[in-house]
Design a protein around this ligand. Sequence first.
Ligand code: SAM
Length: 236
Amino acid sequence: MIKLPTDFSLYQVDALELLRGLPDASVDLIVTDPAYQSLEKHRVDKNGKNRGRIPRLVTWFSIFPNERFDELFAEAYRVLKKGGHLYMFSDQETMFIAKPKGEAVGFKLWKPIVWDKKYMGMGCHYRARCEFVLFFEKGKRKLNNLGTPDVLKVPRILGGYPTEKPVALMEILISQSSNPGDVVLDPFCGSGSVGVAALKLGRRFIGGDTSEVAIKLSMGRLNDALATSVQNSDAA
Ligand SMILES: C[S@@+](CC[C@H](N)C(=O)[O-])C[C@H]1O[C@@H](n2cnc3c(N)ncnc32)[C@H](O)[C@@H]1O
């Protein structure tokens, strides 16, 4: 069984294995950004070949197949405390696959929150400027700021870890659905943006990723975030 951290812990492990190792009702909040299957279409053409014109994506991370979402939701539901929230990043294809699977295990999809990245990205058939964050609830818990809109405007990250999300965006979600000292989990942590936001806000963090590069990067960023939050509390 995984022990809950006093500040943070990181594991290079499959997301389901990490979840299976956590006790029932041990986590206050899950904020996560899985490597969902439809991301693959940005990387390979219809014949399965890497798209040479986007060379950076050739070294992209591996994908988490849609069939595994049933167990992912079941485990997420088990480890969350009653009233806990799950925020899951998604595109328009994955949203329709995730909703019934999440609701089958007991979550309620309250609504997709729109992340407005403020600048257009790739594509030409309405160029992409937004992404969705599916807001699932395990029972009822009041949000901490009832005046927050369902469109969050935070500029995208350019040139970071593939699909890296801004810490400022994660701070909004974490502030809304947890309190200082709470445990925040991200089993697909990538570069560690959820963890950095969690530590900045005085929460504890558990992160996992199958990629060695991601875990090394997260470790560096989380140690920096922890050192900064300790300095800030010493100065106060
Ligand atoms: C979309 S990225 C997360 C990016 C992250 N939100 C950030 O801001 O950097 C998804 C991550 O899931 C990881 N991943 C893929 N399959 C996984 C699995 N089965 N278990 C855990 N992590 C996995 C990838 O290595 C990748 O780092």
